[in-house]
Design a binder for this molecule. Structure first.
Ligand code: 13P
Length: 254
């Protein structure tokens, strides 16, 4: 294991009503009460953020939005700003999830604006990157990831600063919700590539501090092997984060 503090994050996507959200986070809080050495985060739907924040109370569960707009306010029907997420109690925000990129046509350029806005607001961005099956099979994985990193973190690169709290998530599109997980070695190879990119673009210290999560069909039976890889610092979990028993098992990955 690395010295970076592991983070297990649940992305609930467009699932769970408010009551179910409250119940789930209460179970997670109760199940992690005595647990040390791991950070836990949940990203409920926007409508449940306030209620989940209240239910979290004093327990150490971080709250994230699943997306945000880069402007603070204005005529953007259907959007939500980072300021609003902060007001609802979020400390983190997922940006550039592959479902946002593919279904809602988000580009690296708008993702870059979102990362910048989140950072200015003091929200920790969880920037997602990942290749499709076609790109992997075409041998383009590293090229695609480099482009996503270069363009989605263009503002950071211009400033020459990437905060150490920034979180990256490698989510191969072909592994999301498919039951196909990247093997620990496949994931580690990419995580190492990402860390080297951080080192080249910023510096060694930043590269050693930034946490890189893996996402894509993470389940209780594969989490331990993934987490034992040197550059995998946690998991961004969809399906298995919706039930307290599987999510609690993931949090206790050891
Ligand atoms: P699954 O864990 O359901 O594959 O989803 C992964 C994901 O997209 C997390 O953001």
């Amino acid at each position: 294991m690395t010295k970076r503090r592991p983070l297990i994050a649940g992305n609930w996507k467009m699932n769970l009503n408010i009551d179910d959200s409250i119940n789930l986070v209460r179970e997670i809080a109760a199940g992690t009460d005595q647990l040390e050495g791991v950070d836990v985060l949940v990203a409920p739907p926007f409508t449940a953020l306030g209620a989940v924040r209240n239910a979290i109370g004093d327990s150490r569960i971080f709250l994230a939005g699943q997306n945000m707009h880069w402007e603070m306010s204005g005529a953007y029907t259907g959007e939500i700003s980072g300021m609003m997420l902060k007001e609802a109690g979020c400390t983190h925000v997922i940006i550039g999830h592959s479902e946002r990129r593919s279904l809602f046509k988000e580009t690296n350029q708008t993702i870059d604006l979102k990362v910048k806005a989140a950072t200015l607001l003091g929200l920790v961005p969880i920037l997602c990157i990942g290749e499709t099956l076609e790109q992997r099979e075409g041998g383009q994985t590293f090229e695609v990831l480099k482009e996503q990193l270069d363009l989605s973190l263009n503002n950071y690169r211009s400033d020459g600063i990437m905060r150490h709290s920034t979180i990256l998530a490698y989510e191969p599109v072909w592994a999301i919700g498919t039951g196909k997980t990247a093997t620990p070695l496949q994931a580690q190879e990419v995580h190492r590539f990402i860390r080297e990119w951080i080192e080249e673009s910023f510096d060694t210290k930043t590269a050693s501090r930034v946490r890189i999560l893996y996402g894509g069909s993470v389940k209780p039976d594969n989490v331990k092997d993934l987490m034992s890889e040197q550059d995998i610092d946690g998991a961004l979990v969809g399906g298995a984060s919706l039930k307290e028993d599987s999510f609690l098992k993931l949090i206790r990955f050891d």
